[in-house]
Design a protein around this ligand. Structure first.
Ligand SMILES: *Cc1c(COP(=O)(O)O)cnc(C)c1O
Length: 434
């Protein structure tokens, strides 16, 4: 399958180019350019299939000519030491837990695949460097996924006071390939530095710069896999319609679900579950989208006023507006309803949810009580409840179970370099460290 830009259908590149260059030259975002029918490969898989098995089967079909089945099996095995878990709550409702990775958020799945597939694509002797701006968690996920990957250096930029949870034995100065740099500035300064670094063409080309942020389609495409996985786990007991409730901020999960549908997932609809930042609701109801400044909510990873996947969703709508109108339901769940959903999930099902998952849960309940007569909704649990231990305990009266890895996320670590927020400083820090 080739990838084109949201701004130009004529521009077509390989998966390798899309992953290693990250952004098309026209300023758009890469999207799948063609249709692939995955149905013959997953529809009849039995429910015992493991996640790496599923990935090893469908990835080479999506990436035909670029990733053969043997490479795909190697990628799947080395990426996924953790799996999604489908929990059936009753005949109408399930949760797909995507918070079992090293940092307790679904983003671990995309990052893990990106790192493993990049290593494979660079064989035998290529090299690349990923740049990531983060205030913490994503940095841990990137460091975990990229550590020891041949040919790749992972540079992670942090604002002051946020370098946490990393393992110093993986750092470049200790013979590893992880380079955490603290910027004397804000998160916005880190993002601006990354943009500047990409625009310095000679520098970008010398190091083979790419991004491990969500704009990279190498993180987005593997999110398709867990929608298929959910289907093979519940298909036996399925009756009526199948829907997914997706807690949404930048809409990466939602667009990945729509791609899964395009590739043959027998889904009847998706719920765009949003917190008070629901400016996309108008867009789903057929009006134009106007960015807003975000407001703070309990589900803070969804406090997004200008979602970065807007262009990808708009491109999808342009292709099939009529289908889309009947495929995506939007729901707005405020903080009060979020807390009530956390409490109900615990009381009814003994299930702990974090505030993000609870937004999806509340939205699913509403649809089941209204628009859908006979159907099953799978709620994506995008974040681990133990990361909101205090709130979860207060609402449910019982502390969520944590893990050592999650507890370690908060431990402060010394970065390899501390530099001012200037491109020349970043470039010399990188040159000096390698
Ligand atoms: C990032 C994140 C989201 C939002 O996901 P998008 O793909 O950006 O819509 C939801 N929940 C949690 C816990 C997150 O970390």
């Amino acid at each position: 399958m080739e990838f084109s830009s949201t701004r130009s259908k004529e521009l077509k590149v390989s998966f390798r180019d899309a992953v290693l260059h990250c952004l098309p030259p026209d300023g758009g975002l890469y999207v799948p350019a063609s249709m692939v029918d995955l149905r013959p490969f997953f529809l009849y898989m039995d429910s015992e299939t493991t996640y790496p098995e599923l990935v090893a089967t469908v990835a080479p079909v999506l990436l035909q000519g670029e990733l053969n089945p043997i490479s795909a099996a190697r990628v799947a095995e080395s990426a996924f030491s953790f799996e999604p878990e489908l929990k059936r709550l009753d005949s109408n409702l399930s949760v797909l837990e995507l918070h079992n990775g090293p940092t307790g958020v679904f983003k671990d799945f995309g990052i893990a695949f990106l790192a493993a597939v990049m290593e494979e694509l660079l064989k035998p002797a290529g090299h690349a460097m990923t740049l990531t701006a983060t205030t913490g968690r994503t940095g841990v996920s990137v460091a975990h996924a990229f550590k020891g990957r041949a040919g790749i250096t992972a540079v992670i930029l942090y604002p002051e006071g946020h370098v946490r949870g990393l393992d110093p034995s993986t750092f470049v100065n200790n013979g590893g390939n992880i380079l955490p740099i603290q910027i004397q500035g804000t998160f916005d300064d880190c993002q601006r530095l990354i943009r500047d670094a990409f625009e310095d063409r000679p520098f970008a080309e010398r190091y083979g710069l790419t991004s491990a942020n969500t704009i990279n389609v190498g993180r987005l495409l593997p999110q398709v896999f867990y929608f298929l996985y959910a289907f093979i786990k519940i298909k036996k007991e399925l009756h009526g319609d199948l829907l997914f409730s997706v807690p949404s901020g930048n809409f990466g999960n939602l667009i990945a679900g729509l791609y899964a549908w395009k590739f043959g997932l027998p889904a009847n609809g998706f719920i765009a579950a949003m917190n008070a930042n629901d400016t996309f609701g108008d867009f789903f109801r057929g009006q134009s989208f106007v960015p807003h400044s975000p407001v703070r909510t309990l589900s803070r990873s969804m406090d997004v006023g200008n979602p970065s996947n807007y262009e990808r969703l708009a491109a999808f709508y342009n292709e099939a507006p009529a289908v889309m109108k009947h495929m995506v339901y939007s729901e707005r769940v405020d903080d009060e309803a979020t807390l009530a959903a956390m409490e109900r999930a615990w009381k009814r099902y003994g299930l702990h949810l974090d505030p993000h998952g609870a937004v999806g849960f509340a939205a699913a309940e509403r649809l089941l009580a209204g628009d859908i007569e006979d159907g099953h909704v799978v709620v994506l649990s995008t974040g681990h409840p133990a990361k909101y231990a205090e709130l979860v305990t207060k609402v449910t009266g019982k502390a969520p179970i944590s893990s050592e890895t999650l507890d370690n996320l908060q431990k402060e670590v010394a970065p390899v370099a501390v530099i001012p927020a200037r491109l020349d400083a970043l470039e010399s820090a990188i040159a000096g460290a390698l």
